[in-house]
Design a protein around this ligand. Structure first.
Ligand SMILES: [Fe+2]
Length: 257
């Protein structure tokens, strides 16, 4: 089974580019399942219903989220009604939507996709380790393979999470920093891991936004409105090949389009 994971889709430019490319990448990489982090796919930031529907209609199977998923109230009903768009698991239980989904993929396998938030340099959230442990125990017997998007700032937290769940969550990828890391690998117990997938957004930007207001903020502490970056867009992600019989990853490859 081949899983394609695409990093944070940023703003309307990034979303338009992802919409054009997802099906092509799916075909080129022979993907059985495509997971897209789209917590900032809306113009501005956050996730809106229109962008989520468009991404799911263009070849993405599951959308994962992060610290900005619940920024727009209009998406709350969509999250409650569409199980294939998941928000972080370790938010308060009253938050709209769900932190995981179980989807049928090739050979009818039941693939659980979960999304957790990190705690280091992030807004408060429950412990992602214990939240994921709890979910694995609760759903035991309901899934064959598991995938997790850990949306976090600190590389140490993502690496520790991956090692802790090595062999129990087959595919673990990080999102949130918008910068692709070059550490994709197979862990000792067979899980595939990359610290961050990178983003689908403008190259000449600061994490997807126009540089000037960001620089001004750092230099003067005056906060101007951030706007979406422009120019050439790049889509970053990774492809994980899973040996479904052995429940381990055979290869991890970074992609950039
Ligand atoms: Fe984020």
């Amino acid at each position: 089974m081949r899983i394609i994971a695409i990093g944070d889709v940023v703003g309307s430019n990034g979303t338009e580019y992802a919409l054009k490319l997802i099906r092509k990448i799916r075909n080129a990489e022979k993907g059985d399942l495509v997971i897209v982090n789209a917590e900032n796919a809306s113009p501005g930031n956050g996730l809106d219903t229109k962008s989520a529907e468009a991404l799911l209609g263009s070849g993405a199977d599951v959308i994962t989220g992060g610290n900005h998923t619940l920024r727009r109230h209009e998406v709350f009903d969509f999250l409650d009604e569409n199980s294939n768009t998941v928000r972080p698991l370790n938010l308060p239980p009253s938050a709209p939507g769900k932190g995981f989904t179980i989807i049928r993929a090739c050979e009818g396998l039941r693939v659980m996709v979960m999304n957790v938030l990190g705690q280091v340099f992030m807004d408060p959230a429950d412990n992602p380790f214990t939240a994921a442990d709890r979910l694995l125990a609760e759903q035991e017997g309901n899934y064959d393979l598991c995938i997790c998007d850990i949306h976090a700032e600190a590389t140490s937290e993502k690496a520790a999470f991956a090692r802790y769940f090595d062999g129990r969550i087959q595919v673990i990828f990080g999102t949130h920093t918008h910068v692709q890391t070059a550490d994709e690998r197979i862990l000792p117990k067979g899980s595939g891991f990359i610290t961050d997938l990178g983003m689908c957004g403008p190259v000449e930007s600061i994490l997807g936004t126009k540089p000037e207001p960001v620089i001004k903020n750092f230099v003067t502490r005056v906060h101007d409105r951030f706007e979406a970056g422009e120019g050439e867009i790049k889509l970053c992600g990774a492809v994980f090949e899973i040996d479904t019989a052995k429940k381990c990853v055979k290869s991890v490859k970074r992609i950039k389009y």
